[in-house]
Write a protein that binds this ligand. Structure first.
Ligand code: HPA
Length: 241
């Protein structure tokens, strides 16, 4: 089985079939998952904001979501997300597959009562699969993801600082990468750059506008995620016939 985690749109992958819902119990709480098939390959999908889309970023139960993947036997997880662009010269829309992240503000971990310090990072294997899957689509193959706590957007002053350190800004992928690594799972993310972050261009940004763009751009991303699942299946999964 291969895992997919994303926002509102993940169930719209056009090659996804036979979806059924399940609730998975974990030591961290429950996770709501969908089980389906992409080209005959079993996939587990999680909508990170919940089935009712009512969990803002700082309330998402990342440990429960990723423990559920592990419990179901998933090792490779493809994430998709929406980010703001921190670089004025990048033309939008484009996808980005970040290769590192900065996360000073979240304290997400599964290790609250055990002294463990993992070395964080995205899975290079899942990143490779996403890059292969994205051939022919506008995609930036490297970059730094800066995670803010949310749910509010950033101030102009905050963006003036972080634009010197990172390429895109979002609210979830760094926490997901940390928890995935703590659980021994392989995770990377493909993001749609849906807006210029606050103050990068001389336009006001507004969440409804970002959502509209994210919806428009999701199709590009879903296409890549569907293909990446096939690449992971073909290249990384040990098939016992
Ligand atoms: N900031 C933080 N998260 C985001 C943004 C942004 O500008 N756009 C999409 N997700």
């Amino acid at each position: 089985m291969i895992g997919i985690i994303g926002g509102t749109h993940i169930l719209e992958i056009d090659v996804l079939h036979h979806v059924r819902e399940e609730v998975i119990k974990t030591p961290y709480g429950i996770a709501e998952v969908d089980l389906g098939l992409i080209d005959g390959i079993e996939v587990v999908l999680i909508q990170r904001h919940g089935k009712k889309q009512n969990k803002p970023p700082h309330t998402i139960n990342h440990p429960a979501n990723f423990y559920a993947f592990k419990k179901l036997g998933v090792k490779y997880i493809v994430g998709m997300g929406s980010v703001g662009c921190l670089k004025e010269h990048i033309k939008l829309p484009t996808l980005i597959v970040p290769d590192d992240y900065i996360d000073f503000f979240s304290s997400t971990t599964i290790f609250n009562d055990k002294l463990v310090h993992i070395t964080p990072g995205f899975s290079e294997k899942v990143r490779r699969a996403l890059i292969v899957a994205g051939k022919g689509i506008p995609m930036i193959e490297n970059g730094i993801y800066f995670q803010t706590r949310g749910p509010r957007l950033e101030t102009k002053a905050e963006i003036r600082v972080i634009k010197n350190w990172a390429d895109c800004v979002g609210m979830t992928a760094a926490s997901e990468a940390t928890v995935a690594k703590e659980l021994g799972l392989e995770y990377a993310v493909v993001c749609t750059m849906d807006n210029y972050a606050h103050g990068i261009k001389d336009v006001t940004i507004d969440y409804e506008e970002i959502r509209r763009k994210a919806k428009e751009n999701a199709e590009l991303c879903l296409n890549v995620v569907g293909k990446a699942v096939k690449v992971i299946w073909d290249e990384y999964i040990d098939k016992k016939y």
